[in-house]
Write a protein that binds this ligand. Sequence first.
Ligand code: PEP
Length: 251
Amino acid sequence: MKNIIIANWKMYYGPVKAGAWVRAFRRERLPKDLEVAVAAPFISLPAVRATLGRALAPVLAAQDAFWANEGAYTGEVSPTMLLELGVSYCLVGHSERRHIMGETDEMVAKKARALQLAGISPVICVGETEVERRRGNSKKVVRQQVQKAVEGIKGDGKAPAIIAYEPVWAIGSGKPCSAYDAREMHETIRTVLKKKFGSTADAIRIIYGGSVDTRNILEFLTTTDVDGALVGGASLDPRAFGLLCRAAVPS
Ligand code: PEP
């Protein structure tokens, strides 16, 4: 199982800038044993795909999806629509969606299930707030988020999802979680996954997100139970992101 690095552009880069990013990124040399994906805004996905041409990386990812495949849901985008565009991965339950748009664990679970049914791997984002960590509740909060999110997901022998552990206080703050804490949290997540999926849980990648950059990526990716990274701010410059991908693999 390869480690994966997913760029999360958030609400940056419309189609024009997205195309320019991909053109620049295609010049970057990427390690063979690393999978790289880019989670672009919906409107920019066609431009990313068109600019990729025959390039195998980055793989296409979306930042959200609705739980129904069609219907009267103004403004929403469905998993099957994303599949038509060649999307392989889709974030669900990113902390910005949970805290700004009010997404609940139930909504995240429905989205994750719909994505899996459509053949897109959900990247389920979980993580505690600063207050929850200070009160010593990190493990309890994250355990519950994972349990609820995977409720409707089937473990069919293949990896049914990716889990992204993203402590809310580390996102965009320049203050990443320590590799030690990430390991502890990832172990907690793995235990929840084992209860639900049995041995299939070993094939589920648990990735870390929150102020990952070129200097700390290698430490995270060489930590037990950390199988990749979700990268926000440090993914916006294509050359710097190329450097980060190369720094993720020991030389
Ligand atoms: C994110 O938005 O998922 C993220 C991890 O952001 P950043 O890398 O900027 O902390």
